[in-house]
Design a protein around this ligand. Structure first.
Ligand code: ADP
Ligand code: ADP
Length: 234
């Protein structure tokens, strides 16, 4: 099944008198359990795609569908709910809250969603277990290594059981061994939970292990798209 789809999406930014075309007709489908890497030089439109699919910004033209239904970031109530419940976010710099423990960081989205305490506790335990960090539950993020912090961020993204996970350069600040572990974990969780991962990255350590790689150039999908067969990288 298709989790997320972009149909003929256009986006321009206005900078004073200048019009900056950021996306010029992008078509994209992301399936359940799939890791899709978006590559391309700086300015090619990767962040714009993440922002549109994460319902942080709206397209000018074209359609974005989440689980078959058109979504629109201009509908603030609907977009806020979808961002809260259906979409997980993973960032280059982890974006953990430093004054909260590991468990509190992972719990935070569930707290925002208003889930009952007992269920939150259960889910946080499971999420920390699945990233191998249960014994660090009470620690602050600054007591952890970079790779451990990114695993906390992955647990926080997945604890709400999102359909779509949006990751912006998730391995950029990790050394090679750690990046590899983080990627293996994302693959395993994608396949186990059926979430689709949309990953903007320059990191060849990561792209070579994604299911598909799409290269952007000047706001368009490059015809030289590299496509790996599903599962080839396992
Ligand atoms: P990256 O190349 O890592 O995606 P950028 O430096 O292109 O990051 O962009 C960082 C942030 O600045 C993004 O949120 C993007 O939307 C914004 N941005 C990029 N280009 C411009 C610009 N010309 N004017 C204003 N904001 C911009
Ligand atoms: P990437 O993530 O691949 O670096 P972006 O999506 O950030 O690319 O940028 C695509 C184009 O849109 C670039 O020309 C960039 O300068 C421009 N851009 C991005 N964000 C903004 C913004 N907030 N205001 C103006 N221009 C922007």
């Amino acid at each position: 099944p298709v989790v997320m789809e972009m149909r003929a999406v256009h986006k321009t930014y206005r900078l004073g008198e200048h019009i900056v075309p950021a996306l010029q007709g992008v078509d994209l489908q992301l399936r359940e359990g799939e890791l899709l890497a978006l590559t391309g030089p700086s300015g090619s439109g990767k962040s714009t795609i993440l922002n549109l699919c994460g319902l942080i910004d709206a397209a000018d033209r074209g359609e974005i569908l989440l689980q078959g239904r058109p979504v629109d970031a201009r509908d603030e109530t609907g977009a806020t709910l979808l961002r809260r419940d259906a979409i997980g976010f993973i960032f280059q710099n982890f974006n953990l809250v430093p004054v909260m423990s590991v468990a509190e960081n992972v719990d935070y989205p569930l707290f925002l969603a208003g889930l009952p305490w007992a269920e939150r506790q259960q889910r946080v335990r499971e999420a920390l277990q699945s990233v191998g960090l249960l014994e660090h539950a009470a620690h602050r993020p600054d007591a952890l290594s970079g790779g451990q912090r990114q695993r906390v961020a992955i647990a926080r993204a997945l604890v709400k059981r999102p359909r779509l996970v949006i990751a912006d350069e998730p391995t950029a600040s990790l050394d090679s061994g750690t990046a590899d572990q983080v990627l293996s974990l994302m693959r395993e969780l994608a396949h186990r939970q059926g979430a689709a991962f949309l990953i903007a990255t320059h990191d060849s350590r990561l792209t070579c292990r994604c299911d598909r790689v799409i290269a952007l150039l000047d706001g368009r999908i490059s015809p030289h798209e590299t496509s790996l067969p599903l599962g080839a990288a396992a």
